[in-house]
Ligand binder design. Structure first.
Ligand code: ADP
Length: 556
């Protein structure tokens, strides 16, 4: 049964160790997977977050295109060079990617124009052309004027919008109002690096335009139109790096750009710019080591969480391990206890049995024999009783199921009576004592008696014959009673000193072959603790041992 139990414990230990190894392997594996996952995630991010950068970077252009350009229509064609200059100033200031603005102050007429477009009776041509921009010198703001003929071709931008206007007016259904989108797309033209915009005429003007296309009107009307061409510089777009930890460098490059040294040290991705910038792209580049940092900052919290889970599991495993350890120790203790005690009981029991048998089988007993057997039975019964009492007292003290008696005791009388009873038992036991600083104090005399008896017994037991000496000193030092039991015995080896107060601990030697269970000192320690004191030991092998007990001093 005992063997079964030990192997059971061993199995449990094996299980818990397997568990610890398993969670450690799992922990390392999950760290590895988490790192791989972080790597993949950041690589994906690298190629997908560019959309966000593009959106933020192109934001000002969208604002310019959707909100600023249509403002031209508010002037209803009545922009002149001064107001146009003011308008373009705000544009140039707010949108740095606009490098130059050409303003065509134009007219729609019922008569043919010299420069511009003539479609049947509908004509569209510039009166004057101005240019604005940071690089435009003041004396060349005016490029062309109808009255001051400086040769100038109206150019593609003007013609492109002119044709759009003609075909729009031609196909216009005057009974229906055109949608805002339809108008905007017909009155603007997007080409590489430039946007041209013509102010959108009012609906009734558009009706007249349609009439003008069909026939010559009697009133020969003239309508003002403003046409603006914005020249754009893609390299002036302010790049907004919304993911600075992901993208080390972002540049604007022509669509055809392809770096020659596509080395492994760098990661790169690109996205084409929209609208008039579609010949260009955003080019993103980061070094591998830069990306690695981002991978680590993503991986670290995951690793910390994993570590925490691992630590908790480890703690649980450790607690289980500790519990198992305690259990197995308890089991060993129980085992020791049974073997020790059964051994101790066996000897007196077999002696009693032999004596009993002898008495029974003898036909008659002489008075000497009677006394002899009587003495044996009496002594062995005392031994058994002593063992039982020791065990009982120990269990009571351990379970704190006894209460401390408080009686006044004289230290001198107490030691003297101890000496008397021991020297009576062992005539070769030399015991001396001294008491200083106090005599009377309050204590539990039964417990104190047990303590003195145990220590005196040991001093006698573990001293060589002819050298069985014990000196007991009792002193009052700094309000506490200090008792010293000094013998000249065989001493205790240093490595055993820390164990001697443990239950069932015995140092195998010639003196404790009989009547020793290794409980005496453990009992003393329990007693002293119960009385609110402490016990220490000093010893030198072959020189002797000293037990020092410090007890609280209570007097009347
Ligand atoms: P035991 O029943 O074996 O005496 P104890 O708990 O009283 O058990 O003592 C534990 C061990 O400490 C003993 O086996 C003995 O070797 C050692 N020991 C105790 N007292 C002394 C002493 N005064 N001198 C030397 N060794 C001692």
């Amino acid at each position: 049964m005992i063997a079964d139990k030990t192997s059971g414990y061993r199995k449990n230990f094996l299980l818990i160790i397997t568990f610890i190894v398993l969670i450690s392997v799992l922990f390392i594996l999950s760290l590895f997977l988490a790192f791989n996952f972080s790597n993949k995630y950041i690589e994906n991010e690298f190629s997908s977050a560019k959309v966000d950068v593009l959106e933020k970077t192109i934001g000002p252009y969208n604002d310019f295109f959707q909100n600023k350009i249509p403002e031209v229509s508010y002037y209803n064609g009545f922009l002149d060079s001064a107001t146009a200059a003011k308008f373009t100033d705000t544009v140039l200031l707010k949108y740095p990617f606009v490098s130059k603005v050409i303003f065509y102050d134009s007219e729609v007429k019922n008569e043919p124009v010299r420069d511009g477009i003539n479609a049947s009776h509908f004509s569209f041509g510039p009166k004057a052309i101005y240019q604005f921009g940071s690089l435009v010198p003041l004396d060349s703001v005016k490029l062309f004027s109808y009255d001051n003929t400086r040769s100038f071709s109206v150019g593609d931008d003007f013609n492109a919008i002119g044709f759009k206007l003609v075909s729009f007016v031609e196909s216009l259904d005057t009974a229906k109002a055109p949608s805002q989108d339809e108008l905007f797309s017909n009155f603007s033209a997007i080409r590489s690096n430039r946007i041209t915009y013509l102010n959108i005429p009012r609906r009734e003007d558009l009706k007249v335009y349609k009439e003008m296309m069909r026939r010559k009107l009697a009133s020969s009307p003239v309508y003002q139109q403003d046409l603006l061409t914005f020249q754009l510089d893609p390299y002036k777009i302010r790049i907004v790096n919304s993911r600075p930890l992901l993208y080390q460098r972002i540049r604007i490059e022509p669509l055809t750009y392809d770096p020659i040294d596509a080395s492994d040290l760098y990661m790169a991705t690109e996205i084409t710019l929209p609208g008039p910038f579609s010949d260009y792209k955003l080019y993103f580049q980061s070094s591998r080591s830069f990306i690695k940092k981002e991978v680590f900052s993503y991986f670290l919290p995951i690793a910390l969480i994993l570590l925490l889970v691992y630590a908790v599991l480890m703690l649980v495993a450790m607690l289980i391990y500790r519990n198992l350890n305690i259990n197995s120790k308890m089991f060993k203790l129980q085992y020791d206890f049974i073997t020790n005690f059964s051994h101790e009981f066996k000897t007196p029991v077999s002696v009693i049995k032999i004596a009993g048998n002898n008495i029974r089988s003898a036909s008659s007993l002489s008075e000497r024999e009677q006394k002899h057997y009587g003495k044996i039975l009496d002594e062995e019964a005392d031994k058994l009783n002593g063992l039982m009492n020791k065990l009982l007292a120990f269990t009571q003290i351990e379970n704190k199921s006894i209460s401390l008696n408080q009686e006044e005791v004289s230290m001198r009388d107490f030691i003297e009576s101890t000496i008397e009873s021991h020297t009576l038992k062992y005539s070769d036991f030399e015991m001396t004592y001294e008491v200083s600083g106090f005599d009377k104090f309050i204590t539990d005399p039964v417990l104190l008696g047990s303590l003195f008896d145990n220590l005196a017994e040991n001093a006698y037991k573990y001293s060589n014959p002819g050298n069985k000496k014990l000196h007991i000193s009792a002193r009052l030092i700094r309000g506490r009673i200090v008792l010293r039991f000094t013998d000249k015995g065989i001493g205790i080896a240093a490595q055993d000193l820390e164990h001697i107060f443990k239950k069932f601990f015995r140092i195998q030697n010639q003196y404790n072959q009989q009547g020793s269970v290794g409980l005496g000192l453990a009992f003393c320690k329990e007693l002293v603790n119960f009385m609110g004191g402490e016990i220490r030991v000093k010893s030198k092998i072959n020189r002797g041992t000293e037990f020092i007990i410090v007890l609280p001093y209570i007097n009347t």
